[in-house]
Design a protein around this ligand. Structure first.
Ligand code: ZN
Length: 178
């Protein structure tokens, strides 16, 4: 699979999708601006990723670091840090194959879905290293939560994205680094 990163315009659309998702999730989970700092995560796209953070088999890869990569080894721990690695080329491939699917609603769906995972891991609602069956149940749950979060939003093309992706397909892969 050719690994084409988002263009500058597509990065702008992605930023918009991240804003929409963070705002909806902030409302839904009652996270204030200062509370957001407790959730240690970054959302990065393909050109920011290291080779081993790239996958061709999912829209995203979530890396959990038990320590932030910039944190000094002896600094006090602040809890897990999550790096949400978006796989531009996998996302663009879907857009190329299905003209009904648009980037803004698809990116909003993916980002909201991944953020819900991160919040559930960070607040220990869900264990990161759960067994396969529990992970599959969690995936269904997170799809349902993402659907609920987005379904009434007025985003052009959202209906098509919800119809195509709010089933039980696996959206991401998970890795742990210490
Ligand atoms: Zn998921």
């Amino acid at each position: 699979m050719e690994r084409v990163p988002f263009s500058l315009e597509e990065i702008e659309v992605l930023r918009n999708a991240i804003d929409i998702s963070e705002e909806l999730i902030g409302d839904r989970y009652r996270i204030s601006t200062s509370d957001w700092k407790r959730y240690r995560y970054d959302i990065q796209s393909l050109c920011q990723l290291a080779v081993d953070e790239v996958t061709d088999f999912a829209f995203a890869q979530i890396l959990r670091y038990t320590r932030h990569p910039d944190e000094k080894p002896l600094a006090s721990r602040h809890g897990d840090y999550f790096k949400i690695c978006l796989q531009d080329h996998v996302i663009l491939n879907v857009l190329r194959r299905d003209p009904k699917i648009r980037l803004l609603p698809l990116a909003a769906y993916i980002v909201a879905h991944e953020l819900i995972h991160v919040i559930r891991f960070a607040t220990f609602v869900q264990r990161y290293d759960a067994a396969l069956r529990e992970r599959e149940e969690e995936e269904r749950r997170v799809h349902a939560l993402t659907y609920e979060l987005l379904k009434d939003r007025k985003i052009e093309g959202l209906k098509e994205v919800l119809a195509a992706f709010s089933d039980c397909r696996a959206m991401e892969t998970f890795l742990t680094r210490s």
